[in-house]
Design a protein around this ligand. Structure first.
Ligand SMILES: Cc1cc2nc3c(=O)[nH]c(=O)nc-3n(C[C@H](O)[C@H](O)[C@H](O)COP(=O)(O)OP(=O)(O)OC[C@H]3O[C@@H](n4cnc5c(N)ncnc54)[C@H](O)[C@@H]3O)c2cc1C
Length: 461
């Protein structure tokens, strides 16, 4: 018997069939997050099937003063998880209901975007999903959510209608604009792109009508970077808002559906999507193809599965370390300088650096991060499995940021700061005071340990 045993027994007795401890079937799965940077060895994993299970787990954690960590996909995992922690694994909160008239999806908190899009697509709808199909709606939306239709429709957080959640006393609540208690209205404001303020059990989110999806990606050898960057930079200055595109320099895997001469090398990668057919894509395509002949071009009519594959995100767990930074329009020279500083594919360099075109005039409701912070988003990521690797990655990431200085807004994008608990500067002092007040009401003892929670890391602009 250890000190841990009685608490574990209480959890098992109260939540039969939902509790996993080391050695149980499913424990390794629940503690193997998509970002594999840090070991997870929680004393108790709770895999709830209902909101009531979540509430009971939180009540017990509060009673025994155990910190609570919530995990869906684990894409956002960013710190070691020790044996005192109660880890709530939301993967079994997996229901999806589409309201075809209201254009909304109501989803369990563990649902990945692939499941939402599979259910919505037959109705001509898609979610405001991002590049990876395995990222969950919850963590993505609570961090803002920059997806493939972001230019025309804005951030996912702006489409978040309501959240059912559990506060730190274990009470079930509903955050919505018309909630009767002011704190639940404030909770929705925080969940919208800023910080979770309780354990979400389900979310209601808007869907996008997609009349004619066109999508694809182009690849060039790395030496085409200057020509492609100049053409893309010029084209994005006035391209129609139904086109969202992303320019990257990335290391291709040694195998895969790529020409042999590109496998295992650094390549220039341009991916894009238009929900309204090819018309506006043609101008962008003409510019970049005219600048340098691509070695690969997959452009064409697409579906949700094609959309989920164009960014070439790794399908397996990676110990990722990254930065995300909002930029003003960079010159073509700055793009080349940033991408060169990333030293993609070289020892100690990045696996990938990308620049997303996010310029958007979409309307947005009140929320901590519902308005697009800037017209471009810089994201760079390295593989860093240990402290040494993380130090090296941070040095390299610092050089990328230095190269971005002419366009840097100084504002971080925490969702893209993989494998780190926070981001230096993301929110204004007023927003930070407002979210602290919400947390003071709902979780005064800070029972919940959310990753990249601005209040945990005090990342004021
Ligand atoms: C390969 C890859 C591609 C990505 N692409 C994009 C992209 O295109 N656009 C974009 O905006 N972001 C993108 N991201 C970033 C991603 O949105 C964040 O990593 C996000 O935190 C992942 O959410 P999750 O729920 O899947 O992960 P998890 O690790 O399960 O959760 C991350 C955090 O979200 C919060 N959270 C999750 N579930 C709950 C809950 N039920 N209640 C309260 N809080 C909760 C917690 O703070 C948790 O620590 C990408 C990340 C990766 C690794």
């Amino acid at each position: 018997m250890t000190d841990e045993t009685p608490v574990v027994d209480v959890f098992r007795a109260e939540l039969p069939d939902a509790v996993l401890t080391p050695g149980d079937d499913g424990y390794d799965d629940a503690t193997s997050p998509h970002n594999s940077s840090f070991a997870q060895t929680p004393g108790v994993v709770v895999r709830p099937r209902t909101a009531d299970d979540v509430a009971r787990a939180v009540q017990l954690a509060a009673q025994y003063e155990r910190p609570v960590l919530v995990q869906g996909s684990g894409h956002g995992a960013a710190e070691p998880v020790h044996d005192t922690v109660v880890l709530i694994d939301t993967s079994q909160l997996n229901t999806v209901a589409i309201d075809t008239a209201a254009h909304t999806a109501t989803v369990g908190a563990g649902v990945p975007w692939s499941a939402v899009n599979a259910a919505a697509e037959p109705h001509g709808l898609l979610g405001p999903s991002g590049t990876s199909p395995t990222v969950a709606v919850a963590g993505y939306t609570f961090g803002g959510g920059v997806g493939w239709f972001v230019r025309k429709h804005g951030m996912a957080a702006a489409m978040l209608r309501s959240v059912e959640y559990v506060d730190a006393t274990g009470r079930l609540r509903r955050a919505s604009e018309d909630a009767s208690e002011p704190v639940d209205r404030e909770a929705l404001w925080a969940f919208r792109g800023g910080a979770p303020v309780g354990v979400a059990t389900s979310l209601e989110i808007g869907l996008i009508r997609v009349p004619e999806l066109w999508t694809g990606y182009l690849l060039w050898p790395a030496d085409a970077l200057s020509a492609v960057a100049a053409a893309w930079s010029e084209a994005t200055a006035d391209i129609a808002e139904d086109v969202t595109s992303d320019l990257a320099l990335l290391q291709l895997p040694p195998e895969g559906p790529f020409p042999e001469h590109l496998r295992g090398t650094a390549v220039v990668h341009l991916s894009y999507a238009s929900p309204e057919g090819p018309a506006h894509l043609q101008r962008l395509r003409a510019a970049v193809v005219g600048a340098a002949e691509p070695a690969v071009d997959t452009t064409g009519p697409g579906d949700a599965s094609a959309l989920a594959a164009i960014h070439l995100d790794p399908p397996v767990a990676v110990p990722a370390r990254g930065i995300g930074r909002w930029l003003n329009r960079p010159s073509a020279e700055t793009i080349v300088e940033m991408f060169t500083a990333a030293r993609v594919g070289t020892p100690g360099g990045m696996n990938m650096i990308e620049l997303r075109h996010t310029d958007s005039r979409a309307s947005f409701p009140d929320g901590m991060q519902t308005r697009m912070p800037a017209p471009f988003l810089l994201h760079a990521v390295a593989a860093a499995p240990d402290d040494d690797g993380r130090r090296r990655a941070d040095t390299a990431l610092g050089k990328v940021l230095a190269a971005a200085r002419d366009a840097d807004t100084g504002r971080s994008a925490p969702s893209f700061c993989e494998g780190t608990l926070g981001a230096d500067r993301a929110f204004s002092a007023d927003d930070m005071a407002r979210v602290r007040a919400v947390k003071d009401s709902l979780d005064p003892a800070r029972l919940f340990r959310f990753q990249r929670d601005p209040v945990r890391t005090a990342n004021t602009l």
